[in-house]
Design a protein around this ligand. Structure first.
Ligand code: SF4
Length: 480
């Protein structure tokens, strides 16, 4: 269906996934908590979703699961949740970067093996998945899906045969897998969380009465009324069981200096009400706006954000510069994820269907417009034009991230270099393409400052990655 837009704004980067896990030591059913947790993480992936639960007092291999294509609230009915009975559960929302968008590739993965059943939800991308997969296939493994996560699940299952505990098997698997992963794993009697040593993707721990929770973002804890306890450390494996509460294995942790959190979690992916590794996503966006005002000032009458993701940085710019912050756009919240894309011969565009400029607010004004990123630049030019048509005298664009120039191998869908507007163009040339009066990006050296000095990955800006990237572009490998 060529004319159906399934991804919302085509000029935005996409995160791969959100993960959630819960174990209620009091034995209560957890499926509705997983459902609401996934609803709070929906922004991290909208293609498919799934819930797997198990009864820790029941037979060891019995896992009930449901996976669907589409949004969480469109996929699960109260009747479905009612049937998913169990006191331990994992959930997943997905947008695919490696492995195609099919129901088989939806997660959580449920794997039966001699020691029982594993349910696994993964956020991130491995850089050595193709090698590991070949290796496993040569020793007899038959894969059901085309996703990295199955490679991880297989490794854990195999290592479990040589280790005493499932968490030790997770640790052994971590010695082999390379790249970005935040994992939530359900074994028959334990809930396990693991984060890669670089900490590319977030993972936090919470508690609600007798239940422990693992989630990609703290906003999911808030949604189900759980208290934030702490983040899983980069490289840490946490094991949650009624006998021992939270146990921690930090033997895979590396020095803080090597940590490489995806800075886009702060700039764009995560919800502004989340905290990642103790840093407020909202504050980091406000700071990015302040830095833009300090480093790239311009005289103007109004600062506006491109909704929703540019709003916090626009507020930060306004706070720093003293130029009033306002609203310049009305967003149609009912367009949703899927809508019929206008045909080229029609006069309306996808951007206009979703956004309209507020003439009253911008007419006769010099406007600073802030967005979190420009990827291909295909929507920026239309939004700039929209403001001019609404009467803006000048439109100055400020971007709360540095220019994208390189691919990502760690779970963010950055298009091929040739498609990136910043590739082979100067800032002046980009400014001309989008039709703005001036253009400035956040300076790369501001990124750490923006997140309180935490170590961050800047690979897609600098081409220097924390791990040696594969020589071939592995994104989309194993697509069927
Ligand atoms: S390369 Fe860019 S998008 Fe990918 S993990 Fe690093 S900062 Fe994030």
């Amino acid at each position: 269906m060529e004319n159906i837009s399934v991804m919302g704004d085509p000029d935005k980067l996409r995160e791969e996934c959100g993960v959630f896990g819960i174990y209620d030591f009091a034995g209560g059913d957890v499926s509705s908590a997983v459902y609401y947790g996934l609803l709070a993480l929906q922004h991290r992936g909208q293609e498919s979703c799934g819930i797997a639960v198990s009864d820790t007092k029941g037979p060891k291999g019995k896992v009930l699961s449901a996976k669907e294509m589409g949004l969480v609230n469109e996929s699960f009915t109260p009747e479905m949740l009612e049937k998913l009975k169990g006191d331990i559960g994992v959930g997943h929302v997905r947008y695919s970067t490696a492995g195609s968008s099919t129901r088989e590739n939806a997660q959580p993965l449920v794997l039966n093996y001699v020691k029982g059943t594993l349910g696994l939800a993964h956020n991130g991308n491995l850089i050595n998945a193709p090698e590991l997969r070949h290796e496993l296939e040569y020793t007899g493994a038959i894969f059901q899906t085309t996703i990295d996560s199955e490679v991880i699940a297989y490794h854990i299952a195999r290592e479990r045969l040589n280790t005493n505990t499932v968490e030790a098997a997770v640790g052994r698997a971590m010695q082999k897998i390379k790249g970005a992963y935040s994992l939530v794993i359900m074994s028959p009697r334990k809930l396990i969380g693991a984060r890669d040593p670089f900490g590319f993707r977030p993972l936090c721990i919470g508690k609600r009465e007798d239940a422990y929770v693992l989630a990609s973002e703290t906003c999911a804890l808030d949604t189900i009324g759980a208290q934030y306890i702490r983040d899983v450390l980069p490289g840490e494996v946490v094991t949650i069981s009624p006998e021992k509460g939270i146990e921690s294995d930090t033997s895979h942790c590396i020095s803080d200096k090597e940590h490489s959190r995806c800075v886009f979690e702060y700039i764009y992916f995560a919800r502004p009400d989340s905290y990642i590794d103790g840093v407020s996503v909202y504050n980091s966006r406000i700071l990015a706006g302040k830095f833009l005002a300090m480093d790239s000032p311009v005289e103007a009458d109004l600062v506006v954000g491109v909704p929703e993701s540019g709003n916090c940085a626009a507020l930060g710019y306004s706070l720093q510069s003293g130029i009033p912050y306002g609203q310049a756009f009305v967003k149609n919240s009912y367009v949703g994820r899927t809508f019929i894309k206008p045909k080229q011969k029609n006069r309306e565009t996808s951007v206009q269907v979703k956004l309209n400029a507020l003439k009253e607010a911008v007419s006769g004004k010099r406007v600073i417009m802030i967005d979190d990123s420009i990827v291909r630049g295909t929507t920026s030019d239309r939004i700039v034009r929209m403001l001019r048509e609404a009467g803006a005298k000048e439109v100055h664009m400020r971007v709360s991230s540095p220019p994208f120039l390189w691919p990502c191998y760690f779970g963010t869908d950055v298009p091929a270099r040739e498609q990136l507007i910043a590739y082979n163009r100067s800032i002046e040339e980009i400014c001309e393409v989008i039709g703005a009066d001036s253009l400035a990006y956040l300076k790369e050296e501001r990124l750490e400052e923006m997140v309180n000095g935490l170590g961050v990955c800047k690979g897609c800006f600098s081409g220097t990655y924390p791990l040696v990237p594969p020589t071939e572009d592995i994104r989309g490998d194993y697509d069927m």
